[in-house]
Design a protein around this ligand. Structure first.
Ligand SMILES: O=C(O)C(=O)Cc1ccccc1
Length: 292
């Protein structure tokens, strides 16, 4: 009998939790909840869990830089899968504390709004329009924000988080769906040394990091042309600091092709031949959101 697999993720009630329950809806895995994203990564890096779940990119705010940096600089865990999941944020607090006589929540009673930075970024227009005077504070997860509000009654604090966090921490949803855009999706990565076997993904992707040689003018153009003349589609290219020297960058590239094809290793060999360093982050199935 194969051993049960385990997956590390942000706390119960987070968007990550909802996304993992969706992804593993037909599989029996143990969830290991961790307070911060660093703990999520380290759980798998230390061999305590098979995989970590990392929110990596968002429709509104783009890449979650802190998480990309962890993936690149702090751990060496291959990407095993990616999937997309919608995030819907809600305004959460104590209705008895934050409502006016008519029973509606009263913006003037809210002094501070707490959330995860990605969730906060998803709701900035709502905040500016309805609660512009509130102080904003970002925390390690949306659940942590809801818990902080719960543990500090009487101060006019509210959180942006999921309905499930409001339910299990016994706070009220003051307003549902306060995200600024409806098509608000987050891309999640499953990373770890254990292979992930789920079949049926419509797309295979490969993620690599490329560091350009310093003494080769036009190297980025050469890199892109190695992909383009082979008609290999890139879905993302982003530069990030190497953290070794000011002004030095690597490129994080997502490719819509598996490493198992002939074309991609050939393109990478051509790129290495001009003196670029290439690091493979993973070659993995990509699952779109098909509805709940
Ligand atoms: O804090 C959470 O709920 C997370 O899982 C991080 C996050 C926040 C907002 C959108 C996607 C992921």
């Amino acid at each position: 009998m194969s051993q049960r697999k385990s997956v590390a993720l942000l706390p119960q009630g987070t968007v990550s939790d909802e996304a993992v329950r969706y992804m593993f809806r037909n599989e029996d895995v143990d969830f290991v909840y961790c307070k911060m994203i660093a703990d999520v990564f380290q759980s798998t890096a230390r061999g305590l869990t098979d995989w970590s779940v990392i929110p990596i990119e968002n429709t509104i705010d783009g890449s979650v830089s802190l998480h990309i940096d962890w993936l690149v600089h702090e751990v060496d865990l291959p990407i095993r899968a990616e999937w997309v999941f919608p995030s819907i944020q809600n305004l959460i607090g104590s209705a008895s504390e934050l409502s006016a006589d008519d029973g509606q929540w009263d913006p003037s009673k809210i002094t501070k709004i707490m959330s995860h930075p990605v969730a906060m970024a998803q709701c900035l227009q709502f905040i500016r329009a309805r609660i512009p005077h509130a102080e904003l504070e970002t925390l390690s997860s949306t659940t942590e924000a809801v818990r902080t509000v719960k543990n500090n009654p009487g101060q006019g604090w509210a959180a942006l988080g999921t309905q499930s966090a409001a339910a299990f921490l016994e706070l009220d949803v003051l307003e549902t769906g306060v995200t600024d855009h409806d098509n608000n999706f987050t891309r999640f990565l499953l990373v770890g040394n254990t292979p992930y076997e789920l079949q049926g993904a419509p797309l295979q992707k490969t993620s690599i990091l490329i560091t350009l040689p310093e003494d080769y003018p036009g190297a980025l153009h050469q890199v892109l042309s190695a992909f383009s003349w082979r008609r290999i589609n890139l879905s993302k290219i982003e530069s990030r600091p190497t953290k070794k020297k000011l002004g030095n960058y690597y490129f994080y590239i997502d490719i819509e092709l598996s490493m198992d094809t002939v074309l991609l290793p050939a393109a990478i060999a051509e790129i290495e031949a001009i003196g670029c360093q290439v690091r493979l982050l993973g070659s993995y199935p990509s699952f779109p959101f098909l509805g709940k």
